[in-house]
Design a protein around this ligand. Structure first.
Ligand code: SAH
Ligand code: SF4
Ligand code: F3S
Length: 483
């Protein structure tokens, strides 16, 4: 639907030149959603802009996971209010939309607190964005936070090759959304709704479009991605392992990844896929949150620390060179020094290649918020610092274990200097390499020479790979034998 009222400003050629500025907070799914909203708006005549001052529509795609994430939105809206007033003086009407998880969680409250906002739209209703904006153009304030009954993915415009090409050789693809796990600290089940898996044919269709547009690496997304379930072409029930096997058949895809997984949904077939599929990268983000069984129970994670370690053993048997990544929360209500030491111990045992750690943030409406024994901020800070020091040590160790080794790198983009390019290791580390080593989209084998604070450096050219170029050679020996 196209509106022709205030927000439309035809230029001299009569072509609609409305511009949208999209700012994305939070997780990769928000990045994917922002792209899809951009696609829907493009069909409605909006061009993207990186310059907020040029925008006719400002869209904030928000995250509600921690208090600070949600509060950021209100300070941004404060700045936007001033900008909107300035633009109004120049006779230009700027519209402001808030999408994402804060939109879903707070709805009308956002407009009450920040009247600059014209539209609040939740993650399940993005396909209704053009229609909602048409209502805004008629002067309404709009709040769209129903969990729509229709399949939003079927109603969003399909991704097209030119749009994909502007986004490079790696892409996200949402395969599952929502969460039924209800960890007691987490807002996601309330903001994203219950678990829904996209059907295989829809995913394969989008995947083939990505491959045809030159995408070499796809990351499957889901709040609980390994809970994906569907049916293959023969009507048999399959899980994420089956989906990965189907995707690995698509010519052009050299690398597959998926995130984020829950330990309880790592089934045998998915673990076997790590053994069987060279395209499935040896990197797994598998959050555990805490090493204390008491806290895991209070968090409703429904597994123990020992269950998690046993699971990692099985995964490592299937794929010995797998690098692990995790998420941790310190200072969950009731966490004692001893509980925290259990977390430190688990971390020492696993030796993560990378990790994310956070201070517990009480979220309105979650069971954790009303639990007793909230931990002091100072204690949380101290624990976080200790944990992050240890995690960082392991991350550096892992990076250093790659020095002198030949690893496959997907060349992704130009580097800071003309003679450089930046790619990714199989373990998701950025690799700075010589431009002569390969073109963007190539997978080249390079020798790692040294580590930089958050990346690896390979200044030599490509070295002959043990396996054919453009494949992901699996190192002959495990990169690091952990635990
Ligand atoms: N679906 C993912 C989690 C998404 S949220 C999963 O199940 O792992 C990403 C991370 O944010 C979580 O893993 C957790 O470590 C952190 N997080 C979630 N809620 C939080 C809260 N209330 N306070 C602090 N960290 C939180
Ligand atoms: Fe949140 Fe737990 Fe669901 Fe992950 S599994 S999204 S942490 S409720
Ligand atoms: Fe944040 Fe929503 Fe993602 S709360 S982490 S944007 S699912």
């Amino acid at each position: 639907m196209t509106d022709t009222t205030a927000a439309t400003r035809p230029d001299e050629t009569g072509i609609n030149t409305r511009k949208v500025f999209i700012k994305t907070y939070g997780c990769q799914m928000n990045v994917y959603d922002s792209q899809r909203m951009g696609d829907a708006l493009a069909r409605d005549g909006y061009q993207p802009t990186e310059v907020i001052e040029d925008a006719d529509l400002v869209l904030l795609n928000t995250c509600h996971i921690r208090e600070r994430a949600a509060e950021k939105i209100y300070s941004e809206l404060g700045r936007i209010k001033l900008l909107k007033a300035e633009k109004a003086e120049q006779g230009v009407e700027m519209r402001v939309a808030v999408a994402g998880c804060v939109a879903q969680a707070e709805g009308q409250e956002i407009i009450d607190r920040a009247p600059v906002v014209d539209l609040v739209i939740g993650p399940q209703t993005y396909h209704r964005l053009p229609e909602a904006l048409a209502r805004v153009a008629r002067g309404d304030k709009v709040v769209e936070t129903d969990y729509a009954v229709e399949d939003k993915f079927r109603h969003l415009p399909k991704v097209t090759a030119p749009q994909i090409r502007t986004r490079g050789v790696t892409a996200f693809l949402t395969v599952q959304e929502g969460c039924d796990k209800f960890c007691t600290f987490c807002v996601v089940p309330y903001t994203r709704g219950s678990e829904v898996s996209r059907p295989l044919t829809q995913i394969m269709g989008e995947a083939r479009t990505l491959a045809a547009a030159g995408v070499r690496e796809v990351t499957l997304l889901g709040q609980n991605v390994n809970g994906w379930s569907g049916q293959d072409e023969a009507g048999r029930d399959i899980g994420l392992g089956g989906l990965l096997r189907a995707l690995a058949e698509i010519p052009g895809f050299a690398r597959l990844r998926y995130t984020t997984s829950h330990p309880r949904d790592m089934d045998d077939d998915l673990i076997a896929a790590h053994r069987d599929l060279p395209a499935l990268m040896p990197y797994l983000h598998l959050p555990v949150q805490s090493g204390s069984d008491r806290i895991l129970k209070a968090m409703n994670r429904r597994h123990t620390g020992a269950d998690y370690l046993r699971l990692l053993d099985r995964i490592r048997q299937a794929r010995p060179d797998i690098a692990l990544s995790g998420d941790f929360i310190v200072g969950f209500p009731g966490e004692t020094d001893a509980d925290f030491e259990d977390t430190m111990e688990l971390v020492s045992e696993v030796r993560y290649a990378s990790a994310f750690s956070f201070k517990y943030s009480a979220r309105p409406g979650t069971p954790g918020a009303t639990m007793d024994d909230h931990v002091d901020e100072a204690v949380k800070s101290e624990r976080l610092q200790r944990l992050q020091t240890l995690l960082r040590e392991h991350q550096v160790d892992f990076a250093e274990s790659l020095v002198g080794r030949d690893i496959d790198v997907l060349v992704e983009k130009p580097g800071r200097y003309p003679h450089q390019r930046v790619g990714r290791s199989p373990f998701l580390q950025p690799v700075v390499l010589d431009a002569a080593a390969g073109e963007i989209g190539d997978i080249v084998t390079v020798r790692i020479e040294s580590t930089l604070p958050n990346s690896l450096l390979a200044t030599g050219g490509a070295v002959p790979a043990a396996e054919a170029r453009h494949r992901n050679a699996v190192p002959a020996e495990p990169i690091r034998k952990i635990a």
